[in-house]
Design a protein around this ligand. Structure first.
Ligand code: B12
Length: 249
């Protein structure tokens, strides 16, 4: 099966649920990250980054919490994404696939197993803006400035959910598609980094690119609420599906 064929199958699984899928080569990722984050795999190994767009909440999460009777014991979004990752793995029984979600850390350390922003950047999905991109920045030398990715269509209204690495699939010919630099001046880059680092809770960093869609009020409310207090919102989500008569429990 070619990368293009695999991408089509993955799109069939993820797109109806509000996710996007972009292929990349492990070598492109490894070239950018420090040794401790590199994957010990040949550089032409094929992987896919999975991104959730605003409608994932309504298309995947609400039906999922309804179906699965989530108790909130585990994070419903992580579980929901995990469900789709399992489905993707099952679609390719003859391939050796390593699925890694954004929250997964190496045991015993607090080091992420995959840096999804770098993966999204090299896959051409969302430009990863970092302090190092700016010629003259206004911050103190020692100040930690976290980088932020921007999607060309959804601005900051998306999340990078994880990667699927096809460990036994290599393709030297996968074309490199650079991610779109949607913030073309240092001023705009500084602005988004200031907002992401200083005021991420007010949502404004997400709007530095005019998005074609934002999170719904229910989704914003969900993310603005502490995970251990989301039970009520999850109940409301269930009821919203009951209303539409789509819930089969
Ligand atoms: C740990 C973590 C945190 C920590 C530390 C943040 C950090 N960036 O280090 C804390 C708790 C502070 C945090 C907070 C938040 N986080 Co957070 N976090 C993560 C997590 C799990 C890992 C990040 C990490 O450890 N990075 C390690 C450092 C070393 O990586 P780095 O700085 O990118 O350095 C690498 C690059 O520079 C690369 N590199 C070097 N040169 C070059 C050149 C190029 C061209 C490229 C591409 C790369 C590259 O090499 C370096 C490594 O060697 C990621 C998910 C993930 N698995 O990636 C989410 C993630 C970064 N967080 C995210 C978000 C949204 C948040 C919050 C808003 C809270 C929230 N969840 O809503 C806040 C905002 C930050 C703030 N103002 O406090 C999003 C960012 C989305 C986006 N649009 O970019 C992510 C991607 C989660 C997701 N699923 O989408 N987070």
């Amino acid at each position: 099966m070619s990368v293009e064929d695999i991408k089509l199958v993955l799109k069939g699984i993820f797109e109806p649920a509000g996710f996007e899928v972009y292929p990349f080569k492990i070598g492109w990722y490894n070239k950018n990250v420090l040794k401790i984050f590199k994957f010990d795999l040949p550089e032409d190994t094929i992987a896919f980054i999975i991104i959730s767009t605003p409608c994932m909440f309504e298309k995947a999460l609400i039906p999922f919490v309804c179906r699965e009777q989530c108790t909130g014991a585990k994070d419903p979004i992580d579980e929901c994404v995990g469900h789709y990752f399992s489905e993707a793995k099952e679609a390719f029984p003859s391939h050796d696939i390593l699925a890694i979600q954004d929250f997964e850390m190496h045991p015993g350390t607090r080091r992420a197993k995959v840096l999804v922003q770098t993966a999204g950047h090299v896959a051409g999905a969302a430009y990863y803006y970092q302090r190092a991109d700016i010629k003259e920045d206004p911050w103190k030398e020692k100040q930690r400035i976290y980088g932020v990715s921007m999607h060309p269509e959804f601005g900051g209204w998306f999340a990078l959910r994880g990667v699927l690495i096809f460990k036994d699939l290599q393709d030297p010919d996968l074309p490199f598609i650079p991610s779109k630099d949607v913030l073309d001046t240092d001023e705009k880059k500084i602005n988004v980094l200031e907002k992401f680092n200083g005021n991420w809770k007010d949502w404004t960093y997400r709007d530095v690119v005019e998005p074609k869609e934002r999170y719904s009020e229910m989704q914003k409310n969900y993310f603005a609420t502490q995970p251990n207090q989301r039970k009520e919102i999850i109940e409301a989500m269930r009821k919203s599906l009951d209303h539409n008569d789509q819930c089969d429990h």
